[in-house]
Design a protein around this ligand. Structure first.
Ligand code: C2O
Length: 561
C-alpha cells in the first residue's frame, strides 16, 4: 500500500523528544503497563507453555497449540488455565490468578429478578449518606481475607488476570490468551466486571440498591478526581496517584505527557469526548477490532477505549516505575477510582447507543464470547457478551445528567487545495517528529447514497513497543503550527493512545481507524484527490512505526439501526 502515501515532509526542527537527562523529565516518562503477550510471538508461546506447567494451577498438562482450532469461535475463558503470564527475561512475575478455579462449579449467568433499579450517580454529587455507604462497602471489601474471591485484592486481580494474559482460550491450553484491551471485548468485559463488583459491595453493606458512582469527567463539574477519593482517611484513597493531578486540578483528556502537568481545559475535554463518542458512527470505530483468536496480525482499540486510556495514564503515579496504580493495567484495579472511571466509560457506551444511534456488533462470535466472574456469594459465574448489551436488564441505570459535549463539535473551517505530491516517502515511517504527507483517495465526491452505505475511513497500520506509553495526534489538512492543534479544531481527527504494557517488550501491531466522511465534508475537502495528513507524536520516549496509511470504505451502515 506504499503507493497510497504520496509525499512526506518531516519537520526536524521541532524536537519533541528531548533527551531524558534530569530526574524531572525522567519521571515524566514513566510507564503505564500491562504485560500482555503478543499473539504472534512464537518464542513466547514456548515460554508460556513452560510457565503454565510450573506456575499454573496444575490442571493444564498438554500443550498442543493449534493456531486454527479456535479461529472464528467466540472467546471463552478456560477456567482451568489461569497461569503466569509471559514475561521478558528477568522481569518479576505478577501473580494475579484467582485463588482456586474449579471448572465443575461454573454456573451460567441468570438475569437478576426485577428489583428497584440501582441508579449510578456522579461521584462528585453523592449525598453524605451515599458517600458513607460507598466508603463503608469498600472498607469491608478491603477487610476480607485475600483469598476470598470477593476481597479487594482478588477483585483487583481479576483485571490483572484478564489484561496480563493469564487465561488461555477455552479449547486450547496454550496461547493466544484472552485479552480484553485493544479489541472489541473491552466494553462488555468491563461492564460485567463492574456488575459483579457492585453486587459484592451491595451485599457487603446489605443494601440491594447500592450503586457504583461514576467519575463524570465529561462534565466540567466532574473534570477532577472526585473529592471522596482524595480524603486520606477514607477507604477510597489510594496513595499511588499523580500528586500533581489531585483535585482541584482539571483532568486533561488530551494529555500530552511531553508537556508535563499542564492543567486540563474543559473546552478541549468536551471536544475530545465529542470526537470520540458523538461523532462516531460505526461499531468498528467505536468498540475496536475483533479479537482474532487465530493469533492474527492486528489489534485495534476503538475510540471509547482510546479516550479512556488517557484517564489511566493521567491518574497513575509517575514516580512509580510502572506508573502504578491506574497507569498500569495490571495494577489499576487496586485504585478504587478505577471502577468509577469505568462506570463513566460504561455510561458513555449507553449514551452512544441511546442518543447517537450506535449499535452493538451483531456478530455471533462476539455475542457468545464469555468471561468468568465471582458473584456476591463467591460463586463462579460464566457470562456472555450479548447479555451485557442492555444494562437495564442488569438492574442498573445512570442518573440523567446533562451531556455538555453533545454539541461540542469544533467549528468548520474550509480547507485549501493540497499541493501536488513529490518525493514518495519510504514506508515504514519512524514517527519521531511531526510528519506530514498526503494519502491518495480511491474516490472522491461520492453521492449521498454512497456515503450512507459506506463510511470512508483512514487506516493506520502502526507497530509499537507496547511496553511504552504512546500518543500521537492525527490532523487533516492542518495549515498552522502542528503543535498548536487541539481537539477544538475540526482538523484534529483523533489520537492514538497506548497505555503501556510493561514489563513486556514485545511488538504490537495495531490497525487504528478514523472515520472521515463527515470530517472531509466539514473541511470542504471532499473534492480533493488526496488527503493531507499530519501526525504529531505527543509522548513516549520511543517512536512508533507507521507501516502503512491508506483510505478504505467500510460498509458499516448495514449495522446501523
Ligand atoms: Cu481494563 Cu481501564 O482498563
Amino acid at each position: 500500500m506504499a503507493s497510497s502515501l504520496l509525499s512526506t515532509t518531516t519537520n526536524a526542527s521541532l524536537s519533541l523528544f528531548p533527551p531524558q537527562t534530569n530526574s524531572k523529565s525522567k519521571r515524566r516518562i514513566s510507564r503505564v503497563s500491562c504485560n500482555a503477550a503478543d499473539n504472534n510471538n512464537k518464542d513466547d508461546r514456548n515460554r508460556r507453555d513452560v510457565l503454565i506447567g510450573l506456575g499454573g494451577l496444575g490442571a493444564a498438562t498438554s500443550f498442543t497449540y493449534n493456531p486454527f482450532a479456535a479461529f472464528a469461535d467466540p472467546v471463552q475463558t478456560n477456567p482451568k488455565t489461569c497461569g503466569r503470564p509471559n514475561l521478558p527475561a528477568g522481569a518479576k512475575p505478577i501473580p494475579c490468578c484467582p485463588p482456586k478455579i474449579d471448572s465443575d462449579k461454573v454456573n451460567d449467568f441468570v438475569f437478576p429478578p426485577k428489583l428497584p433499579p440501582r441508579v449510578r450517580k456522579p461521584a462528585h454529587r453523592l449525598t453524605a449518606e451515599e458517600a458513607a455507604d460507598y466508603k463503608e462497602a469498600i472498607r469491608r471489601m478491603r477487610a476480607l481475607p485475600d483469598d476470598d474471591p470477593r476481597s479487594f485484592t482478588q477483585q483487583a486481580n481479576i483485571h490483572c488476570a484478564y489484561c496480563h494474559d493469564s487465561y488461555v482460550l477455552k479449547d486450547s491450553t496454550a496461547p493466544p490468551q484472552v485479552k480484553v484491551h485493544f479489541n472489541w471485548l473491552f466494553a462488555p468485559f468491563h461492564r460485567w466486571y463492574l456488575y459483579f463488583y457492585e453486587r459484592i459491595l451491595a451485599s457487603l453493606i446489605n443494601k440491594p440498591s447500592f450503586a457504583l458512582p461514576f467519575w463524570n469527567w465529561d462534565h466540567p463539574d466532574g473534570m477532577y478526581i472526585p473529592d471522596i477519593f482524595a480524603d486520606r482517611r477514607s477507604s477510597l484513597y489510594d496513595a499511588k496517584r499523580n500528586a500533581n493531578h489531585l483535585p482541584p486540578v482539571l483532568i486533561d483528556l488530551n494529555w500530552n505527557r511531553r508537556l508535563g502537568d499542564t492543567s486540563g481545559d474543559s473546552g478541549i475535554n468536551l471536544s475530545k469526548v465529542y470526537t470520540n463518542i458523538a461523532a462516531v458512527k460505526t461499531p468498528d470505530a467505536f468498540f475496536g477490532k475483533n479479537f482474532d483468536q487465530g493469533g492474527g496480525q492486528f489489534a485495534g482499540s476503538g475510540t471509547l477505549e482510546l479516550l479512556h486510556n488517557t484517564g489511566h495514564s493521567w491518574t497513575g503515579d509517575p514516580t512509580d516505575p510502572n506508573n502504578e496504580d491506574m497507569g498500569s493495567f495490571y495494577s489499576s484495579g487496586r485504585d478504587p477510582l478505577f471502577y468509577c472511571h469505568h462506570s463513566n466509560v460504561d455510561r458513555l457506551w449507553n449514551i452512544w447507543k441511546d442518543k447517537f444511534g450506535g449499535i452493538d456488533f451483531p456478530d455471533d462470535d462476539y455475542k457468545n464470547s464469555s468471561f468468568l466472574f465471582y458473584d456476591e456469594n463467591g460463586k463462579l459465574i460464566r457470562v456472555n457478551v450479548k447479555d451485557s448489551f442492555d444494562s437495564s436488564r442488569l438492574g442498573y441505570t445512570y442518573s440523567d445528567v446533562p451531556i455538555p459535549w453533545e454539541n461540542a463539535k469544533p467549528p468548520t473551517t474550509a480547507t485549501k487545495a493540497v499541493p501536488p505530491p513529490e518525493n514518495p516517502p519510504k514506508l515504514p515511517l519512524l514517527l519521531n517528529n511531526v510528519t506530514s504527507f498526503t494519502v491518495k483517495r480511491p474516490s472522491k465526491s461520492r453521492s449521498k447514497e454512497e456515503k450512507a452505505k459506506k463510511e470512508e475511513i483512514l487506516v493506520f497500520e502502526v507497530a509499537l513497543d507496547k511496553s511504552k506509553d504512546v500518543k500521537f495526534d492525527v490532523l487533516l489538512f492542518w495549515k498552522d503550527d502542528p503543535t498548536k492543534a487541539t481537539p477544538k479544531n475540526r482538523e484534529f481527527a483523533g489520537s492514538f493512545v497506548n497505555v503501556s504494557h510493561a514489563p513486556s517488550s514485545k511488538d504490537l501491531k495495531v490497525k487504528y481507524i478514523i472515520e472521515i466522511s463527515d470530517l472531509l465534508d466539514d473541511l470542504k475537502a471532499d473534492d480533493q484527490d488526496n488527503i493531507q495528513v499530519t501526525l504529531v507524536p505527543q509522548y513516549g520516549d520511543v517512536p512508533v512505526t507507521i507501516n502503512d496509511v491508506h483510505v478504505s470504505y467500510h460498509e458499516h451502515y448495514k449495522f446501523r439501526k
